[in-house]
Design a protein around this ligand. Sequence first.
Ligand code: BJW
Length: 226
Amino acid sequence: MAERIVILTGAGISAESGLGTFRDGDGLWSRYDLNAVATPGGFARDPALVHEFYNARRANARAAAPNAAHRALARLERDWPGAVLIVTQNVDDLHERAGSRDVLHMHGELAQALCAACGARWPAPAAMAPGDSCPACAARAVRPDVVWFGEYPYHMDRIAKALRAADLFVAIGTSGHVYPAAGFVQEAAQAGARTLELNLEPSATASDFDAARFGPAGVIVPDWVA
Ligand code: BJW
């Protein structure tokens, strides 16, 4: 197939798997102060609170199962090998567990631990805690391997290249409030891609898309893939 499809996913695609979104009425940011749990400064001030936040989310993600939307995207990739790239802002591994292979986690992964001193990465234990030491360099600088506000998202070179080459850009279940991901629709459109939003309701960047379908991801994503 000549089509190259870049699919950006956000918390909304995992909502029907029971994982909370951030900015919906009952979302994580209604219960937690994002400055306390999702910034380098918050981690420096209270690492125990930040570990507690991510330990709980890691446990929830491990207990969750992929839903019909994750499975539909995995089917799309199987049907069009080499044509589909998923760029996810999500730190869960539900795309991979549904069978998707070409997945970039631009905001990191709950399943990984990162040493802020030497950059080593290893599978995160169920419960991380302040004072844990790095298995590679022994520094007590262990953190969740996630991208906080003010930090540089991962895989940006590969994402920029894919957006420039895309024929179709699809955003699924993301509010369009967090950059640089919220700017991808404009980057892809400027490079000539058609753009489609699949979301429960119009995002902050809805007017940038050529087309949209609204409803629960578990319904509208399989409908779109079919
Ligand atoms: C459903 C559904 C269902 C519900 N079916 N849909 C001023 C202007 C512009 C930018 C900035 C600025 N000031 C600061 C910045 C930069 C900052 C930023 O964007 N801030 C904004 C808040 C303004 N960004 C950064 O700091 C980033 N780094 C950076 O910019 O580096 C410099 C740089 C510049 C240029 C190029 C490259 C680099 C880093 C951002 C890191 C975000 N980190 C978090 C937490 C870490 C991971 C984690 O703990 O999980 O990532 S914040 C949080 O938001 C998380 C998410 O990945 C991210 C996006 O949220 P998402 O996925 O959109 O979720 P929600 O809840 O917002 O939306 C859910 C959607 O689903 C809604 O639309 C619902 O309707 C829908 N939905 N149920 C379908 N069943």
